[in-house]
Design a protein around this ligand. Structure first.
Ligand SMILES: [Zn+2]
Length: 258
């Protein structure tokens, strides 16, 4: 009996756990079979994915390339736009994710530039120090700009969007993504919230400067002609399951054409 209970309540298996709350105590009821294998389209391997996050999301991280749900979804977006390009193109990548860097570097036709305000954090690549609200690059330099999980850290959102669009060639494409609280209709930002503790409390992370709600999509569509592509728009249920990509609206890519 003890063994059975241990099995039922085990948190070792990094799968979805059914959770109920009784008198304020969260109780894990059961988890599905723990032998599920998922396929990572980035590193082309099957594996037992591991958990990730402060509030853990189970079986979301590829044990090989460390990709998360959003990276595996973005793989299909990048594949559509540039991964297999035969003509020479230039890409600017802000706050580069290693699994995406590895993917892009496979194509010798892509001239790749990585930037960040703290380039020392990216020892795997030649990352240049740049402020995304005041870039040193000339107008019309890049064919693509990719920027994931950056906008929520930037106080001057308009400058971020205008600078990264400015350095695009006339027919260039800006592909970005950022966390959105899909259960909130309005974005929340209060300039008096400045301490790491308060930012963590109100924005969910101590270095975020706002908490986006669903209104951000309408704003980007209206002001920048953006298109928003959700994972479920381009992948069917079986693909979402196989690649372990969220079926909710949290995995998306905003596409801004210059
Ligand atoms: Zn992988």
């Amino acid at each position: 009996m003890k063994k059975l209970l241990q099995t039922i309540f085990s948190v070792k298996n990094e799968k979805y756990h059914k959770v109920i709350t009784i008198l304020g105590t969260k109780i894990k009821l059961f988890h599905p079979k723990s032998d599920d294998l998922y396929y990572c389209p980035i590193c082309k391997k099957y594996g037992h994915f591991t958990k990730m996050g402060v509030k853990p999301r189970y079986a979301v991280k590829c044990p090989n390339c460390k990709s998360l749900e959003r990276h595996r979804f973005l793989y299909f977006i990048y594949q559509k736009y540039f991964l297999n390009t035969q003509k020479p193109i230039k890409i600017l990548h802000t706050a580069p994710e290693k699994c995406i860097y590895d993917l892009i570097k496979k194509n010798p036709n892509i001239e790749y530039t990585a930037i960040d305000i703290s380039p020392e954090r990216y020892s795997f690549c030649d990352c240049k120090k740049e402020d995304v609200t005041c870039l040193s690059f000339a107008d019309n330099t890049f064919d693509f700009v990719i920027s994931n999980q950056v906008m929520e850290h930037i106080l001057d959102e308009k400058k971020y969007l205008s600078e990264l669009t400015r350095v695009l060639k006339p027919d260039g494409v800006f592909l970005l993504n950022f966390p959105v609280y899909m259960d909130r209709s309005k974005t929340f930002q209060d300039k008096t919230i400045t301490t790491p503790e308060a930012r963590e409390r109100y924005y969910g992370q101590n270095d975020h400067v706002r908490a986006y709600g669903r209104d951000v999509f309408e704003r980007l569509k209206r002001d920048y002609g953006a298109k928003v592509i959700f994972a479920k728009d381009i992948l069917n249920k079986e693909q979402l399951r196989k690649y372990r990509i969220s079926n909710r609206d949290t995995d998306f890519c905003v596409v801004i054409k210059k």
